[in-house]
Design a protein around this ligand. Sequence first.
Ligand code: 5GP
Length: 222
Amino acid sequence: MTDGEETAKHRGLLIVLSGPSGVGKGTVGKRLRARMPELVYSVSVTSRPPRAGEVEGVNYFFRTRSQFEEMIRQDAFLEWAEYVSNYYGTPKAFVFEQLEQGRDVLLEIDVQGARQVRERYPGGVFIFLAPPTWEALAERISARGTEDAIVIRRRLAQAAREVEEIGLYDYIVVNDDIDAAVERIRCIIAAEHLRTTRIVEDFVRRLKREEVRDEVSTDRRS
Ligand code: 5GP
């Protein structure tokens, strides 16, 4: 058996961390990844220009609008959305490769994107990161200081629409304290690995693979 076959016994979990802009997805996601280094982070593609300190291939893959549109035509995205006049999307091939190799993959994406992933990959784990209060979210968006007043207003309006979609999610985690939020997400991931349906699915996948292997070796012998 090759290493690839060994690791492919269990498909990884697709964990979708979503919620309004400014709720702290980035901060919580970063600390979660530090706590769970085995989690694979899916780096998104965006047409937004880099902010100070952002690094190509680490924070995002930065592309022009026309490059992004070409990727849409090539069906390169698991999901994509236009958010406050910029495109954001999740590269599909990378995510599926990692899941097939048995690795858990983390997406930090907006609510429109989470909705698309839910349609295309319902086996994902959908977590809504919620602000402790609306005022806290408004404060965080304004305090970021990287955007002008119009963009801030648009991000707030978008956030108000996004909170209405909370029912799409499997879990709600309130980001009242970063470490507490990270710990709740860690527990969710641990519990999801123990779900009966996933364990049974993996078992059936394994059986099928072994059946195929048996058939091949029987064919070779005859
Ligand atoms: P920012 O411009 O602040 O980095 O991101 C703006 C919003 O886009 C955030 O809510 C962020 O989570 C979301 N986002 C980042 N990457 C993706 C992606 O690949 N797809 C979608 N749908 N949203 C994303």
